[in-house]
Unconditional design. Structure first.
Lengths: 203, 203
């Protein structure tokens, strides 16, 4: 039985937990999930394609989109805007496709305000010690920066209460399986199906 | 991360939808789910073992269990009692095991009253026509009996609103996968995990 609308799935979690890795592994599987493309004001890098890697916008265009309520969430980072355009997400959902956004915790909280019916998944490290190891393992960040990221991570974990699900990222393939299960289960939710089944009884 | 308590999963749906077949197929898989054993006052058949196929009780024992609130749900059928004893279910849940009950719709509604926190799954036929085909396919029932079962089925489908999930039994292996996904997703629910994660932050 076909659902009327698709799901908006928001995958988020503290910096360093492995959101990007998990989302890439999910994309490699045949799940019928659509992936939202972010918009940014930063310049395209060599090989990046507009509409594939990002929607590339001028600062003026981006700010107009914000003004017009066309960004579901956005943030500024190192002088550039990054955000999620509403149009693609809404079009996919209306067509009955499930769409996933992989975004930062603050962005997820913004999405929650406009899409409370979304499915909010918080990706958790197995422990805070392990999160520190992962941040340190990148080899690109000073001890001070790692300390400050850990402080932010603790604050972000406090926001877990605003999410629907918590997925432990102990192993990437296990985290991917859990996310796929959540999407399947959400598609079996009675509230999403009952209207269609009630019409079945009236056949 | 280990959950404190297990889930009570109630699998139900109209007569003929294939609850028994789906539950048997689920049991053949390695899911860590425990299966509740029903109690009955009917006599054991050849080969049936007390505590495995059923808990066999006298009528007086069964009625005392009902009086003492020791049956989660029960019904009478052809002069015998059938029901789900509370003790096994509660023991498994307390130990952190997920337990599944495969029961009739009226029983599920009874369970909902005492275990509102349970996970209630309604197994649906792909269509009412298909349900009629399955009932007729048994070859054991008259057209009149099939008609009356179809009337009951329509009434039961009206009770779908009391469930959490609707799983279509189009193919047994697909229904089993959906149920496994629901169990996985329920075990990732934030409300079931947040207390443990909050203590993680205080490490």
């Amino acid at each position: 039985m076909k659902r009327e609308k698709g799901l908006l799935i928001v995958l988020s979690g503290p910096s360093g937990v492995g959101k990007g890795t998990v989302c890439s592994a999910l994309r490699e599987q045949d799940t019928h999930i659509r992936y939202s493309v972010s918009a940014t004001t930063r310049h395209p890098r060599a090989g990046e394609v507009d509409g594939v890697n990002y929607f590339f916008k001028s600062k003026e265009e981006f700010e107009r989109l914000i003004q017009d309520g066309e960004m579901i969430e956005y943030a500024q980072y190192v002088g550039n805007y990054y955000g999620t355009p509403r149009a693609y997400v809404e079009e996919m959902i209306e067509k009955g496709h499930d769409v996933i956004l992989e975004i930062e915790v603050q962005g997820a909280i913004q999405v929650k305000e406009t899409f409370p019916e979304g499915v909010f998944i918080f990706l958790m490290p197995p422990s805070l010690k392990e999160l520190r190891n992962r941040l340190a393992g990148r080899g690109t960040e000073s001890v001070d920066l790692i300390d400050s990221r850990m402080t932010v991570a603790r604050e972000e974990i406090e926001l877990m209460d605003k999410y629907d699900y918590v997925v432990e990222n102990d192993e990437v393939h296990l985290a991917v399986d859990r996310i796929k299960s959540i999407v399947t289960a959400e598609n079996c939710k009675k509230d999403r199906l009952i209207h269609q089944y009630q019409s079945l009884v009236k056949e």
